[in-house]
Structures are given as structure tokens and as C-alpha cells.
Design a protein around this ligand. Structure first.
Ligand code: ATP
Length: 241
């Protein structure tokens, strides 16, 4: 579904991403794990059209989307759940959700809104509250709900576990598994390698803007090289897999 080849991008200076190639098949969950500053956010933001690639191709179901503006990438069927959630704090929960459907031209936003509320009853209960008053976990659900409002075929998630209590992280990951079972392809970037590789079918390890390892998620999680790479790169027990 999503095929990336030879992707390079950055912020005007030397490229941050160097020759990244990866793919996500229809209905698959793929994890990209790596330490702080490895290039995970840059990768997702480049795919999502927020950063222009300097080289390489990004195709979604055979259509080239590399370098297209973000709203066209959303319309092509790819939605981003950004790092730090980025809900619009003063807007109500419902208005945040409706923002996610802004680029839709099929008139289906109200139907999807009802589906999102069915999936996240707490968002329905708080639909008229300002989003800034929600807990971190609820804001993460709102960010995922907002992405779903565009009726995507694939979801990009940037560190959905960031700053959340372990129980809430478990809830969010169970939700991602449910969404995947309904047919949504998922590309997830995470520092929480253990959780991400437990959820995914396949994984990639990114270091210094390059893919240094890839394979079935279970194999990666048990690979001494992954343990070594993480401990070497980050020195944090969060990276032990
Ligand atoms: P984190 O988990 O901390 O978000 P990451 O793996 O997502 O890390 P990126 O945020 O993609 O990493 O950062 C990759 C590199 O790009 C880092 O060296 C970072 O300093 C640099 N970088 C990120 N954002 C910008 C920016 N807006 N301008 C210039 N350099 C940036």
C-alpha cells in the first residue's frame, strides 16, 4: 500500500533522512523504532507532506504522493496522528474531530463522527468541552479520532505512547490493533520499542536517519543486535527489547 524508496529529506541543511526505503502492505502494522533524534518524526512528516523530500519516491497504492502538500496526501488516504497529539486546545472535542474531516468531499463526515464516538465513548461524553481540558490519554484518543475523520486507508502514528501511563498505553495499542483488524494499515514510529514490536508484524530500526535493520517484528524484538543498538544509541532501559 505504502512504498517508500530512496527517501532523503531534511530542514534546509544536510539531509536528516538518508536513503530510506520501506513498505507497508495493505492491512499490515509496521513499526519504525529508534532513539531520540534518529529521524522518526522527520520520516512521518515527510510522508505526510509536511516536509518536502529532497530525493526518493513515496507511493500510496501506486500513486506518487512524494512532495505533495499535506491536504492532498490526506485526500489520497493517508492520515497523520502527530507527535504530542497537537489537539487544538480551545476548540471543543467535536470541533477538533470535524477539523479532521475538513478535506473530505464525500459528505460523509457526520456518519464518521458517529462511528468515532461509538469507538471512543469518552469523546462523546466530552464532545462540548474544550480539548485542552482532556487528560493525556483522552487527547491521544482525540488525535486518533481526528485522523479517522478523514476516512483514511492508512494511519501514520508518531509516538502515540509518549507521556502516557502504562495502562493508557495498553488501551491505545489495543485500539490500534482493533483498527488494524478492520483493515486499516498502520505505520507507527515509537521510542517504546517493546510495545511497538509486540503490536507490529514487521519492523525497521532507524539510526542517524538510516534504516540499519529490518525484519519480522518478533525476530527484531529478540535480536541481540537490536538490544545492542538501542542500548548503544540511547542508554535507556526504555529501549531494551
Ligand atoms: P524524537 O523522538 O526526539 O522526536 P525523532 O527520531 O523523531 O526523535 P526527529 O525529530 O526526526 O527525530 O529529528 C531528526 C534530526 O532532525 C535531529 O537531529 C533533529 O535535531 C533534526 N530536526 C528535527 N526537527 C528539526 C527542525 N525543525 N529544524 C532543523 N532540524 C530539525
Amino acid at each position: 500500500m505504502l512504498e517508500i524508496s530512496g527517501l532523503c529529506s531534511g530542514y534546509g541543511g544536510p539531509d536528516v533522512l538518508d536513503d530510506i526505503s520501506l513498505r507497508v502492505q495493505a492491512g499490515e502494522i509496521v513499526a519504525v523504532v529508534g532513539a531520540n533524534g534518529a529521524g522518526k518524526t522527520t520520516l512521518l512528516n515527510t510522508i505526510a507532506g509536511l516536509i518536502k523530500p529532497s530525493a526518493g519516491t513515496i507511493s500510496l497504492s501506486g500513486t506518487e504522493i512524494g512532495g505533495r502538500p499535506a491536504e492532498r496526501v490526506v485526500r489520497a488516504g493517508l492520515s497523520l496522528v502527530p507527535e504530542g497529539r497537537q489537539v487544538i486546545a480551545p476548540l471543543s472535542v467535536e470541533d477538533n474531530l470535524l477539523v479532521g474531516a475538513y478535506s473530505r468531499r464525500d459528505g460523509g463526515a457526520r456518519v464518521t463522527l458517529a462511528e468515532v464516538y461509538d469507538r471512543f465513548p469518552r469523546l462523546r461524553e466530552r464532545s462540548h468541552q474544550p480539548a485542552g481540558l482532556l487528560s493525556g490519554g483522552e487527547q491521544q484518543m482525540l488525535a486518533i479520532g481526528r485522523a479517522l475523520m478523514a476516512a483514511p486507508r492508512a494511519l501514520l502514528l508518531d509516538e502515540p505512547s509518549m507521556g502516557l501511563a502504562p495502562l493508557v498505553v495498553t488501551e491505545i495499542f489495543a485500539l490500534l490493533s482493533d483498527l488494524n483488524k478492520l483493515g486499516l494499515a498502520i505505520l507507527l514510529v515509537e521510542q517504546n520499542a517493546r510495545k511497538a514490536l509486540a503490536l507490529a508484524a514487521r519492523g525497521y530500526v532507524i539510526e542517524g536517519g538510516r534504516i540499519v535493520l529490518q525484519g519480522p517484528a518478533g525476530e527484531l524484538a529478540n535480536s541481540p543486535a537490536v538490544v545492542e543498538a538501542y542500548l548503544g544509541a540511547a542508554g535507556s532501559r526504555e529501549f531494551a527489547v
